[in-house]
Design a protein around this ligand. Structure first.
Ligand code: GLN
Length: 483
C-alpha cells in the first residue's frame, strides 16, 4: 500500500479498494517503525490524521470526489498549523503552537488531504543538508551515512522512503529541487507569487516559495493544484487563474525548444552527473525536443548575490524573535537588553546566527551600497539573462546540483563549501522563475537530478516535460533498499 503514488491512491479511493482511514493507519505505522532511522519527522499528528481521514471517507461516501480527498501528506515544519507545534527546525520555536493555519495548510485540508505530521528541516530553512536542524540531522534513505539535502530534507527523506506519497516544502535557493535531486524525487518550485506565503515562516521573503515534493510529475501536479492560487493575505501573491496542471501532462514534446546553458558544464560539475544530464537530453530529443546551446553570462555572480540578499532579508525577518511575544525566552533576564541577547543567543543555532550577522552587516549604513544594492543589481542582470534566453527557448535544462549527496558532517566546518553547491538552483529564486527537479540516474548508488526551468507561470510546461520523460524512463520508480 505504501508504494502507491498520489494518483494511484486517488484511483484506489474512488474505486473503494481501501479507505483513507485504512491507508492512513498503514502509513502512520510505517512512520513509527522506520522513521527512527531517518529522523524525517519533528511532530506526528496521529489523532488529527485519523480524524481527517474519517472525514474524507465520509465526504466520499456522500458522493464527493477529488484527487486530494483522503490523500495522506505532511507539511514542512515552517507552515503554520493551528494548535500544533510549528518549530521551523529551531529551539527558538520549539514551544510555539501556531494560532492559525497557513493558507497552504488550510487549502490542502479543505481539499481533503490528511496531515500525518510536520517534517524536519534546516533551522529557519537555512542550509542544504538538513544538518542545521535543532532536532538533529535527517538521513538519506539511499545511504544513511549521507545527507538528504536541505532545507526540506525531512519532507524529501519521508517521501523517498515511502513513508507517505507527497509532502509540502519550500524553496528559497533550492530547498525543494536540491533535496528532490538527492533523494530521487520530483520537486517543483513555482513562480514567485503562485503559492501563498501567508503562514509560511519567512526566511527571505522575496525568494521564498512553497511547492510540492513527490515521486512523480503527475503527483506534483495534483499537490500543486491544491496549493496554488491568489491569496489576499499575501501582498506578493499574484491574481492569475490557476490552470488545470494535470490536463497538460499528456501534451507532445514535438518541437519543444530546450536551452542548455554552456556555463552549466564547467569544471565544478561532477563529470558523472554531466553524463547523466546528456543522457536525459538524448531521451528528450527522442521525444521530439530540439536542443539549443544558450548562455547565462551572469550566473557566476549569483551565489555571492544570493548570499547577501537572503541573509539581509533573514536578519530583518528574524528580528521578531526577541523572547517577548513568542518563542524561546531566557531564564531570569536582568533587563531588556539581557532578555534580547540571551533569548536570541540560546534560541538560534550557529548557522542562523551567522546569517543574521552577515545580513545586518550588509544592510548597515556605509555598507548598504557596496553589498546589498550591488547584489540587487546583479539580481536584475541574472533575471535579464533568463528573459533573453526565453526569447529563444521554451525551457532551460541542466543539472540540479554539481555533486551527489555528501556524507553527513562533510561540509560542517566550511559553510561556503555548502553554499557553492547551490549554484544551479538559486538563479531561479533570484529571478522568481519556476523550476523542477526530476530523477535522472545514479552515481555511486546516490540519486542525481536534472533541473528544468521555464518562463513565469509555466509550471504546466515543466510538469508536462517531466511527465513525458517519466513515461519513457524508470529512474523515478527506483526504491531505496530497506524501505
Ligand atoms: N541552501 C540555500 C540556503 O541555505 C537554500 C535554502 C532554501 O532554499 N531554503 O540559503
Amino acid at each position: 500500500m505504501h508504494q502507491m503514488t498520489l494518483a494511484e491512491i486517488a484511483r484506489g479511493l474512488a474505486d473503494k479498494k481501501f479507505s483513507s482511514e485504512e491507508l492512513t493507519k498503514v502509513l502512520l505505522a510505517r512512520v513509527t517503525q522506520l522513521d527512527p532511522q531517518l529522523n524525517s519527522f519533528i511532530s506526528l499528528t496521529e489523532e488529527l490524521a485519523i480524524e481527517q481521514a474519517k472525514a474524507a471517507d465520509a465526504r466520499r461516501a456522500n458522493g464527493e470526489s477529488g484527487a486530494l480527498l483522503g490523500a495522506p501528506i505532511a507539511h514542512k515544519d515552517l507552515f503554520c498549523t493551528q494548535g500544533i507545534r510549528t518549530s521551523c527546525g529551531s529551539k527558538m520555536l520549539d514551544n510555539f503552537k501556531a494560532p492559525y493555519d497557513a493558507t497552504v495548510v488550510a487549502k490542502l485540508a479543505a481539499a481533503g488531504a490528511v496531515t500525518l505530521g510536520k517534517t524536519n528541516m534546516d533551522e529557519f530553512a537555512m542550509g542544504s543538508a538538513n544538518e542545521s536542524s535543532w532536532y538533529g540531522a535527517v538521513k538519506n534513505p539511499w545511504n544513511l551515512e549521507h545527507v538528504p539535502g536541505g532545507s526540506s530534507g525531512g519532507s524529501a527523506a519521508a517521501v523517498a522512503a515511502r513513508l507517505l506519497p507527497a509532502a509540502t516544502a519550500t524553496d528559497t535557493g533550492g530547498s525543494i529541487r536540491q533535496p528532490a535531486a538527492f533523494t530521487n524525487l520530483t520537486g517543483l518550485k513555482p513562480t514567485y507569487g503562485r503559492v501563498s506565503r501567508w503562514g509560511m515562516i519567512a526566511y527571505a521573503s522575496s525568494l521564498d516559495q512553497g511547492g510540492p515534493l513527490a515521486r512523480t510529475a503527475e503527483d506534483c501536479a495534483i499537490l500543486l493544484q491544491g496549493m496554488a492560487g491568489f491569496d489576499q493575505n499575501d501582498s506578493t501573491s499574484i491574481d492569475e487563474p490557476v490552470p488545470d496542471y494535470s490536463a497538460s501532462l499528456g501534451d507532445s514534446l514535438q518541437g519543444l525548444r530546450i536551452g542548455v546553458p554552456k556555463e552549466y558544464f564547467s569544471a565544478g560539475l561532477d563529470p558523472r552527473i554531466a553524463e547523466l544530464i546528456q543522457n536525459s537530453i538524448k531521451e528528450l530529443q527522442k521525444l521530439g525536443a530540439v536542443i539549443k546551446e544558450i548562455s547565462l553570462p551572469n550566473m557566476q555572480h549569483a551565489i555571492p548575490a544570493y548570499y547577501v540578499i537572503a541573509p539581509a532579508e533573514a536578519s530583518s525577518n528574524l528580528s521578531r524573535f526577541d523572547g517577548v511575544r513568542f518563542g524561546h525566552r531566557c531564564e531570569q533576564p536582568k533587563d531588556l537588553i539581557d532578555l534580547y541577547k540571551r533569548s536570541r543567543g540560546e534560541g538560534f543555532g550557529p548557522e542562523v546566527q551567522r546569517r543574521i550577522m552577515v545580513g545586518a552587516y550588509a544592510l548597515s549604513a556605509g555598507y548598504y551600497d557596496a553589498y546589498y544594492l550591488k547584489a540587487q543589481k546583479i539580481r536584475r542582470l541574472v533575471k535579464n539573462d533568463f528573459m533573453a534566453a526565453f526569447n529563444e527557448v521554451d525551457i532551460i535544462l541542466g543539472p540540479t546540483t554539481p555533486n551527489p549527496a555528501w556524507k553527513l558532517g562533510a561540509k560542517n566546518s566550511d559553510p561556503v563549501a555548502a553554499y557553492l553547491e547551490d549554484v544551479y538552483t538559486i538563479t531561479a529564486n533570484l529571478a522568481g522563475l519556476p523550476g523542477l527537479s526530476m530523477p535522472a540516474g545514479f552515481v555511486d548508488g546516490l540519486p542525481v537530478g536534472v533541473q528544468l526551468l521555464a518562463p513565469y507561470f509555466q509550471e504546466g510546461r515543466l510538469l508536462n516535460v517531466a511527465h513525458q520523460y517519466q513515461l519513457h524512463t524508470d529512474w523515478h520508480t527506483r526504491t531505496p533498499q530497506g524501505f
